[in-house]
Design a protein around this ligand. Structure first.
Ligand code: DC
Length: 226
């Protein structure tokens, strides 16, 4: 039996998944896996190489030649080159959901992500982790928050990084990404039936992390893990 479980954290853009998943992983001594960063890396490379962002086969071919590495410190490498910040630009953010729609790309990403979780001990965040990538994850969390609140968080995050943005525009972009992520045919953003929904609208990060850790502890107890 595996000694460590897998924890799936799904939810829409800006619900706090990566911040929370990182802290949960650190607390448990688990590895955090940011699957969105993998889709972002492919999108960045496709833009750079002039590959059509709507072409399933071309994108999948590009992916087959692309090494994506996520380090425990949260750095992202593409073919050995660090792209941690390059994959967070507005251009990539606003294009990535086209790439994430492609079924062959999703299948290859799913295969790579499942391999990373084979030995357990991961906290993996994304949109389809509980439903498609790790349907047997021992703990599944679905993080949600209102569009208004998620836009507010992104707005404040941008301000703190020194680039003010337009709040209304942010709200529209988030709503549009939600729509594309939840309406696509392959592995849409959807709460798994057995996921526990945590509405973070009125919660602090610490409160969200503590509530997830409580859920994890209960699950470990049930399964006789120490
Ligand atoms: O979480 P993020 O904003 O970095 O995700 C970037 C995009 O990738 C987002 O539009 C949804 C998509 N994505 C996905 O379709 N499936 C995942 N498991 C993770 C991200």
């Amino acid at each position: 039996m595996k000694e460590k479980i897998n924890i799936a954290i799904d939810g829409p853009a800006g619900a706090g998944k990566s911040t929370v998943a990182k802290l949960v992983a650190r607390n448990l001594g688990y590895v955090y896996i940011d699957t969105g960063a993998m889709y972002r890396t492919l999108t960045y490379k496709a833009i750079k190489n002039g590959v059509n962002l709507h072409h399933n086969q071309q994108l999948n071919h590009l992916l087959s030649e692309t090494l994506i590495q996520l380090t425990p410190e949260g750095k992202v490498f593409m073919d050995g080159e660090e792209v941690t910040d390059l994959i967070r630009t507005d251009e990539v953010t606003n294009s990535v959901s086209f790439v994430a729609t492609q079924s062959d790309v999703r299948f290859e990403m799913l295969t790579r992500q499942q391999e990373m979780a084979l030995d357990g001990g991961t906290v993996m965040d994304g949109r389809d982790i509980g439903t498609a990538v790790l349907p047997n994850a021992e703990v599944k969390i679905f993080l949600s928050a209102t569009v208004e609140e998620r836009a507010k968080r992104r707005y404040e995050e941008n301000l703190s990084k020194g680039y003010p943005t337009d709040f209304e525009q942010l709200k529209q972009e988030i709503a549009l990404r939600d729509k594309r992520d939840s309406e696509r045919e392959t592995a849409p953003l959807k709460k798994a039936e057995d996921a526990i929904e945590v509405d973070t609208t009125k919660m602090s990060i610490d409160e969200v992390v503590s509530s997830i850790l409580r859920i994890v502890e209960e699950r470990l107890d049930e399964r006789g893990f120490v």
